[in-house]
Design a protein around this ligand. Structure first.
Ligand code: IPD
Ligand code: CA
Length: 268
């Protein structure tokens, strides 16, 4: 089954239904905690509804694994596929009018990150879509992408997620990397930041907080890998985790092995 056209339809419906809430007071009306543990905001729920409606209109059958609703069966059995999603990544950006938000949609036949076979991340405000299919490469608006050739940390543009109350626990570990990096960024929607590594816009993205949900990065994971970039745990292992709404991940994503090894040594 070719899921890509359906995922594209989902992301266009999210743009149509959820973007009118971007940077409006209504976007942040809250509805209690979602399956992933965060407060669900109106804009998140509208986006999730857009996904479910699109799947139903297309008579799709799958198990939805979502940051908001959690696990939900869509369509009639057998539910052969899993659709792992973060309907809106960058909710704070969306409520404050910072133009960096995305949706993430990933298809697999088992609920494990390593088995993702089709992935889509759409930069919602700029209508830029990153896609990947297993063994077929990664694309940005249908054009093949590849990561940068940057190998020096000093010149590299490096994203680091510092967004945690427990910064003390990771500050010492990050310090050697910070001391060697001139161009640091954190843009606030981690899947899109990973796509920036995949297409060479930036050179690395690090999140070692241990609090990012796998739902946020499931799609970007395949996009990074298919683009030829690196995404491993900070210790150099494959990220082998189940796809559930509460599963957390830590990782270092880089344009190439040289940059990965440099960062890994500094974090050790
Ligand atoms: C958030 C963003 C942000 C990261 C947070 C995530 P959300 O996703 O990716 O950059 O620092 O940890 O929760 O909550 O907007 O989907
Ligand atoms: Ca989200």
């Amino acid at each position: 089954m070719n899921w890509l056209p359906i995922l594209k339809q989902c992301s266009q419906k999210i743009r149509k239904d959820a973007l009118p809430f971007y940077n409006t007071p209504n976007a942040s009306i809250t509805f209690g905690r979602g399956a992933g543990g965060d407060q669900m905001k109106k804009i998140d729920l509208i986006a999730e509804k857009a996904i479910i409606e699109t799947l139903e209109q297309n008579n799709c059958s799958c198990t939805l694994i979502s940051e908001e609703t959690g696990i939900k069966q869509i369509g009639t059995p057998p539910h052969e596929y899993y659709l792992t999603t973060d309907p809106i990544d960058g909710t704070t950006n969306a409520t404050r009018g910072i133009p960096f938000i995305n949706t993430s949609l990933a298809i697999s036949k088992t609920p494990n990150l390593q088995t993702i076979q089709t992935a889509l991340v759409t930069d919602l405000l700029h209508n830029i879509t990153y896609t990947a299919q297993k063994n077929k490469g990664a694309r940005k608006n249908n054009k093949k992408i590849q990561p940068s050739m940057m190998t020096t940390l000093k010149e590299a543009v490096v994203g680091i997620d510092f967004n945690t109350y427990k910064i003390k626990q990771i500050a010492d570990q990050l310090n050697p990397v910070l001391q060697k990096t001139r161009h640091l960024r954190h843009l606030g929607a981690n899947a899109l930041e990973l796509c920036y590594v995949a297409d060479g816009t930036t050179d690395a993205f690090i999140d070692i907080r241990g609090k990012l949900r796998v739902t946020d990065i499931a799609a970007a994971y395949l996009i990074i890998k298919e683009a030829g970039a690196i995404m491993l745990t900070p210790k150099g292992e494959e990220i082998n985790v189940p796809l559930t709404p509460t599963q957390k991940v830590s990782f270092v994503a880089t344009a190439n092995t040289t940059l990965y090894e440099t960062i890994k040594k500094l974090l050790a």
